[in-house]
Design a protein around this ligand. Structure first.
Ligand code: SF4
Length: 337
């Protein structure tokens, strides 16, 4: 058994100070729904936990200002069931409700959810009892050790944004919806506060798949803000092996602005198929100014996978992903009627 120190912070400043005093082996913890799992699997081995769950004011949900602003400690269920969010931003609400079971949604925070790590089984289950490479090589867990998924069992892995070092899928649903909504992340650290567009928050694996987020050691997510663009015509559509809570094989967050049957604008982001929450710009362009039909929706869906690089067992995701986009477009457009 390894001893772990535990500190409860009562303010953001105290949390950042406590982290700085420990260094890279510290971790912030709030709901703990991801971190405790990874600690049990020995993927994460912090020496010090800094509990931020009691910091006052970090769980506020504000829908009255120029933007929607969700404090990082707001629970997934609290945001999903906020009436204004459910009615005006179904894509956000649905992404949270489809992300996890009721129990998890009552524990997990919307800030922590952004930092979920991949479900790649070689990453999660490959550490064994070793503190070095473990049972399987994994560049994300142990940089430079290799990638067991390339040439291995890769049915659930990514086909977009992959590299020769890692093909792990970004696991989230909420971050996909936030990507379609052009959200921003507020981050607080030793140098003060900064705001990052969500498109800059997630890193492609490249040669350094162990670096997943553009957040430094000691920095903490404090809030998420979402522009208040008209979004009633939106949906989060998720296909998975079993409906009762599983990670996406393919998902799409879609927001459309219609003028009758014509698509004025479409915003589309994908989950379950890429190494980061994936904005499908080519599909968006393929729709602009055109009359939406099921055929056009599928055609647009297919353009999103033009650069796909499937592995041995996940080639089906191109067709599945295109159909998920097409279905999501028709659902979202129907809501504009
Ligand atoms: Fe590790 Fe990425 Fe390869 Fe999975 S896909 S084994 S996370 S390097």
């Amino acid at each position: 058994m390894r001893p772990i120190d535990y500190t409860r912070a009562d303010s953001i400043a105290a949390a950042v100070e406590a982290f700085a005093a420990v260094g890279a082996d510290a971790r912030y913890i709030a709901g703990g729904t991801t971190l405790y799992d990874l600690m049990k699997l020995r993927v994460e081995q912090p020496t010090h936990l800094i509990d931020v769950s009691g910091i006052t004011g970090l769980n506020t949900i504000d829908t009255n200002g120029d933007v929607l602003r969700f404090g990082a400690l707001a629970l997934m269920n609290e945001v999903a069931y906020t009436p204004f969010v459910r009615e005006e931003y179904p894509v956000l609400s649905e992404s949270l409700l489809k992300a996890a079971s009721q129990q998890l949604r009552n524990m997990a925070t919307v800030g922590g959810n952004l930092l979920q790590r991949t479900r790649c089984p070689y990453f999660r289950n490959g550490a064994g009892s070793s503190s070095t490479v473990g049972v399987y090589p994994c560049n994300k867990r142990v940089p430079g050790s290799g990638c067991a998924a390339i040439g291995g069992l890769d049915r659930g892995h990514a086909i977009l944004g992959v590299s020769d070092a890692c093909v792990a899928v970004s696991p989230g649903d909420w971050p996909v919806a936030l990507t379609a909504m052009d959200a921003s992340i507020e981050i607080h650290g030793p140098a003060g506060t900064r705001t990052l567009p969500i498109s800059d928050f997630y890193r492609l694996p490249g040669d350094t798949p162990h670096l997943e987020f553009n957040i430094d050691h000691g920095e903490i997510i404090t809030a998420i803000s979402v522009p208040k663009t008209p979004s009633r015509s939106s949906t989060y559509h998720k296909i998975r092996d079993r409906e009762s809570f599983a990670f996406a094989l393919a998902s799409a967050a879609v927001v459309v602005e219609m003028e009758g049957a014509i698509v004025r604008t479409a915003r589309i982001a994908l989950g379950g198929v890429a190494t980061v929450p994936w904005r499908a710009h080519s599909a968006e362009e393929a729709l602009r100014g055109k009359q939406l039909t099921p055929d056009l929706a599928l055609q647009a869906g297919r353009t999103a996978f033009g650069d796909a690089r499937p592995g041995q067992h996940n080639g089906f995701k191109s067709d599945l992903g295109a159909r998920v986009i097409a279905d999501a477009l028709m659902i979202a457009a129907e809501r504009s009627a």
